[in-house]
Design a protein. Structure first.
Lengths: 175, 175
DNA sequence: TGGTTCATGTTATAGTATCACATTTCTCTT
DNA sequence: AAGAGAAATGTGATACTATAACATGAACCA
């Protein structure tokens, strides 16, 4: 198997975990996810406007964290505005609607591989190749919830990021 | 700095979880932690120099995330340099040596309440009162490790932050 | 005592993010 | 179809966060 299906079945996150770290049919996985974003927008009455859509495509084209200013540069090169709010607004829209994630540790963004699934993402950041992938986070979310509950804290959102080495870089004998 | 608790007794973190959110003898908890930092530095041959010590005190005086520039302002007011590297170097030292934590989501810093324990912190950030507290993160670290292992990812460090409402703000009927 | 290392200080600059306001586009209602 | 209101986009200005590069000074120890 070298590509991802766009479906949202629960078994999928386990299958796709670390997808970015493996070889796969990239144009197919991008196309599928754009289609899924379109469907999602239609479903929910959201407007996936040209800037927003293009911003998502830019994130999808890389399987890595991309800075807002890098997205901005590419948008500007295609005729959109070239001021920071252009990129930040598009990215914020994508994040708020579950089509992308913000990676706090890197002050950067990545496309979500399971848009629509209401998941708390856990992201893995490879320090050698800089690629970023999502992993299933339900067990992590449960643990966070448990620890927080013990302190009487009501969790509304989480940031869970693992830093280390991806399988490919480990295999190549990095660090 | 890695997870895998090094030897702080497990009962302690549970007891202290959410301390910042409760009433407590603040000057006592600060003094104790400065003493602990001194001991730690002596033990490990680290130099808790005046800037570093003062930076730690500043973090301890607030039970909240403090930005580097706010620390800098206070340091400068006390005769230390007033350029960003002064604050960043002191804060980096504290973070590297487990005396403070960086909060990625806020681009800010907080004093560690368990210096010396080699823990991966989980921090809880209250959106209403902006206070920040640590919670035991061993179960979370284990879950992160598990999800990462399934993707062949070798975890070297983690960022785990929960956003929401602390017990005090919940009791006061916030949002 | 001279050299090495580490800590501090400074200048300059890079990178990230938001505010405030003008203009356009969309949408709904009448 | 016209107009009011809301949403989206564009722009200028600015605030906030962080690091690079290099100079000076203090501590350590052979």
């Amino acid at each position: 198997m070298n590509h991802a299906s766009a479906g949202g079945d629960p078994g999928k996150s386990a299958t796709d975990a670390g997808l970015a770290f493996r070889r796969h049919d990239h144009s197919h996985c991008c196309g599928g996810l754009i289609a899924r974003a379109d469907a999602l927008a239609a479903e929910r009455g959201l407007k996936l406007t040209p800037v927003r859509r293009r911003a998502l495509e830019i994130l999808l084209e890389e399987h890595r964290a991309v800075g807002a200013y890098e997205v901005l540069e590419r948008l500007a090169g295609e005729g959109f505005g070239n001021k920071p709010p252009v990129a930040y607004r598009a990215l914020d829209f994508l994040v708020e609607n579950g089509m992308a994630h913000r990676i706090a540790r890197l002050n950067a963004f990545m496309a979500c591989m399971h848009p629509g699934d209401d998941h708390t993402p856990m992201v893995m950041i490879c320090r050698a190749c800089r690629s970023v992938a999502e992993a299933p986070a339900e067990p992590v979310a449960a643990a966070v919830e448990g620890s927080a509950a013990a302190a009487g804290f009501a969790v509304e959102g989480t940031v869970v990021e693992a830093l280390g080495l991806c399988s490919a870089c480990l295999a190549r004998g990095e660090g």
